[in-house]
Ligand binder design. Structure first.
Ligand code: BEZ
Length: 371
């Protein structure tokens, strides 16, 4: 019988014919830089073209993280502070990310011609399968803010087998009622489109405080070269249909959901109501103190930690992948969870600047965390 021999493998990737190891290293570095910068693609869909940017490489047997931004923003202005946050790196190195820009919101987008029929939010959701088909991705964990949270929820309702989990920040699942319309019309008499959108994104306290962050986003929106396109996305958001979510009914999100809202956010009541319509065993509710209207911009650390627990509950972040700090918290939280005894009620996290309660993706677990 032939003797087994130990084989030493020194090169992970074979060299191309005639390629020196130095050249191979340089090529790998160039490829990594490209991936770190993201690769932007556009696909045609029945409702027009859509642009998205992919970061990282697909990981076998793992869903992609797919983000959808709010009105007045694009994927970078909405998500860059969160995805480039230090602690986020240990999460995202395990996932490929697909950041969708709503049509006409991508950097350098030309202004749509007058009379252009902008897609409804439902149609924006119907464009997502074209993106996934192009990339050959079969499932996603969605992260959406405001209008983007609505789009991803609609997508999850129509494609429940494709959406493994949802992080929904500032979601309003209801169509505007006549009272909302009256208020909207009145505001429109005295406010410009950028001011109305800023009022949707941030709390009144934040806007009047006029912090550097507010100045930055006011500047971005007011001077956006594609402001006419932004107005079209804004109109689609205001004309959204009711998602008609019903706890225990036919129309409900089937996957684990983490609802997030700032405790002074303009959409606090809507998110609370949304929580009441979702399956409590699948839903975690994170109300964040001191975070204003855009927690992913102002509190990326807290959100990262909550996201980590959410993914861990879904079985995607082994505690060995987590920082020592997170691991020790998890250990102490597991015992808190088993004492909690509320296995079937929804998990509410009221996360103060000092302490709070964090959900795990495992139904009924309540975790405490200090941030
Ligand atoms: C990412 O790594 O997913 C990312 C990087 C920059 C902006 C947004 C997202």
């Amino acid at each position: 019988m032939a003797e087994l021999q130990e084989v030493q493998i020194t090169e992970e990737k074979p060299l191309l014919p005639g390629q020196t190891p130095e050249a191979a290293k340089e090529a790998e570095l160039a490829a990594r830089i490209l991936l770190d910068q993201g690769q932007t693609h556009s696909v045609e869909t029945p409702y027009g073209s859509v642009t998205f940017t992919v970061y990282g490489t697909p990981k076998p047997k793992r869903p992609a993280i797919l983000t959808y931004h709010d009105v007045g923003l694009n994927y970078k202005s909405c998500f860059q502070p969160l995805f480039q946050f230090g602690d986020m790196q240990e999460i995202i190195q395990n996932f490929v990310r697909v950041h969708v820009d709503a049509p006409g919101m991508e950097e350098g987008a030309p202004v749509f011609p007058v009379g252009y029929q902008y897609p409804s939010l439902d149609q924006l959701a119907d464009m997502i399968p074209c993106i996934l088909q192009y990339l050959n991705f079969s499932s996603v964990i969605g992260v959406g803010v405001g209008a983007g949270a609505y789009v991803l929820s609609r997508f999850a309702l129509t494609h429940p087998d494709t959406v493994e989990g949802l992080v929904l920040i500032n979601i309003d699942p209801n169509a505007k009622g006549w009272m909302d319309w009256a208020a909207h019309k009145l505001t429109g008499l005295t406010s410009s489109i950028p001011e109305m959108i800023l009022g949707h994104l941030f709390s009144q306290e934040e806007l009047s405080g006029n912090s550097e962050l507010i100045q930055k986003y006011r500047n971005i929106i007011t001077h956006a070269p594609n402001l006419d396109n932004i107005e079209l996305y804004w109109n689609s958001y205001n004309n959204r249909r009711d998602l008609n979510l019903e706890r225990g009914g036919d129309v409900t999100l089937k996957c684990p959901v983490m609802l997030v809202v700032g405790d002074q956010a303009p959409h606090e009541d809507a998110v609370v109501e949304c929580n009441s319509k979702l399956d409590p065993t699948q839903t975690s509710f994170l109300k964040m103190a001191d975070s204003g209207g855009q927690p992913q911009l102002t509190q990326p650390g807290k959100l990262t930690e909550a996201f980590k627990y959410f993914l861990q509950g879904m079985g995607y972040m082994a505690s060995s992948c987590m920082t020592r700090l997170s691991r020790s918290r998890t250990a102490s939280l597991t015992s808190a969870a088993s004492m909690d005894g509320n296995r079937s009620r929804s998990r509410t996290l009221s996360q103060g600047s000092e302490s709070g309660t964090l959900p795990s993706g495992t139904p009924g677990h309540t975790m405490e965390v200090s941030c």
